[in-house]
Design a protein around this ligand. Structure first.
Ligand SMILES: NC(=O)c1ccc[n+]([C@@H]2O[C@H](COP(=O)([O-])OP(=O)(O)OC[C@H]3O[C@@H](n4cnc5c(N)ncnc54)[C@H](OP(=O)(O)O)[C@@H]3O)[C@@H](O)[C@H]2O)c1
Length: 353
């Protein structure tokens, strides 16, 4: 396939079970040209997130993606040609884009396009320093209202959001317990993220391990999955405990929709609070979060863990990894390296991929 063509993944068929390549169609088209108020970008790294499956399972009347349309998602990209005054050829940006080599975008979306700061690599921009990191940062520092010494429990703790939430909580002086699936994730949490305790929910009984690791109960539960683990955390919530509802990955599959929490009345008994976290609300504070996260990354206090799938053709497989639990760290798809010189003609004909 010629590199001057645009390889693309179209959404084809609503998932009725686990999502995978069978839900998409691999195709190619001419590289598009930007109109007024648009820019042509070359996508470099795709930010793959569980929430993306929601637009595939919902019917079109409920906002679901119509079959036959491009699979959309956030990416770090390089501007090739711009008809938007604030973006220039060569800029590396993080923006709403699509599962294709080249996209024409207007820079608007769930979050408007931002320029990636110098010194931030495109993979970091799509991962720890993208929506993933920002949500983890504000979920811990603001929604959780943490106090040093408190017991903080986080699920999907070795995933994109969870791995950063766990470490930010550690940096703020909390006692952190991570719950994750599998030995590799558990080992990473203990050795690299340096949490105080880790539970492998695949091989251990979460309830008894929580009792052992949190004998006084849980002050903060940062929830990435929902389902039975949320109930176990509710049961153990301490007086004035907080639950940060970041995500409900266990509920995203159409065939395995689990009910909401059974133990929610526990919130009354402990004067507890359960609060939803919406990353979009913090868009205007992006620079503040990036400054803190980047500072901790540079000083070595914060470690990133990336799970990189190489090649646009494997994007559906990368999405599936989030639901099988195969991803260790932030799930990314690498499409291309940024070319050193941006000359639209040369990039389109001879860019690396
Ligand atoms: N509120 C917001 O604005 C916002 C923004 C971004 C992301 N999010 C949410 O944050 C959560 C984490 O996103 P992420 O991108 O960092 O993904 P992730 O945690 O890296 O990947 C998903 C993980 O969820 C766990 N999982 C998968 N299926 C599960 C199931 N049926 N039951 C329990 N656990 C399951 C697996 O971890 P284990 O193997 O460890 O179980 C898997 O690795 C998602 O729910 C996402 O929607 C929210």
């Amino acid at each position: 396939m010629s590199v001057s063509m645009n390889r693309r993944w179209l959404f084809e068929k609503r998932p009725e079970g686990p999502v995978g390549a069978h839900n998409f169609r691999w195709t190619q088209a001419e590289i598009p040209s930007p109109g007024e108020g648009q820019m042509l970008v070359r996508n470099l790294w795709l930010d793959v997130a569980p929430t993306q499956v929601l637009s595939l399972t919902a019917p079109p009347e409920a906002g679901g993606r119509p079959p036959g349309t491009l699979m959309e998602g956030f990416a770090s990209s390089q501007v090739i040609e711009s008809r938007i005054p604030q973006f220039s050829p060569g800029d590396i940006i993080y923006a709403a884009s699509g599962w294709e080599d080249y996209s024409v975008i207007d820079g608007k979306g769930y979050w408007d396009a931002i320029k990636v700061s110098p010194g931030v690599s495109p993979n970091l921009a799509a991962g720890a320093l993208g929506i993933t990191g920002i949500v983890a940062y504000f979920g811990v520092t603001e929604v959780a209202t943490p106090r040093p010494g408190e017991t903080f429990v986080v699920s999907a703790a070795a995933g994109g959001v969870g791995s950063i939430a766990a470490q930010v909580a550690k940096i703020l002086g909390l006692r952190v317990i991570g719950i994750a699936g599998g030995k590799e994730k558990r080992d990473w949490l203990l050795s690299e993220a340096r949490v105080d305790g880790a539970i492998d929910h695949r091989s251990e009984k979460v309830a008894s391990r929580l009792d052992a690791l949190c004998p006084e109960g849980i002050d903060i539960y940062f929830d990435n999955v929902g389902g039975p683990i949320l109930d176990l955390a509710l049961e153990r919530l301490r007086s004035h405990g907080r639950i940060v509802l970041c995500g409900t990955t266990a509920r995203y599959r159409p065939t395995t929709r689990v009910p909401g929490p059974l133990n929610y009345a526990q919130l009354i008994m402990v004067n507890g609070r359960m609060e939803g976290l919406l990353g979009r609300d913090y868009f205007h504070r992006f620079p503040e979060a990036i400054a803190s996260l980047k500072g901790w990354l540079d000083s070595g206090q914060l470690k990133t863990k990336e799970d990189v799938v190489v090649g646009l053709e494997y994007a559906p497989a990368a999405l599936a990894r989030l639901f099988s639990g195969d991803n260790v760290g932030k799930q990314l798809v690498k499409i291309a390296d940024p070319p050193l010189n941006v000359d639209a003609t040369k990039v389109l004909i001879g860019g690396s991929s």
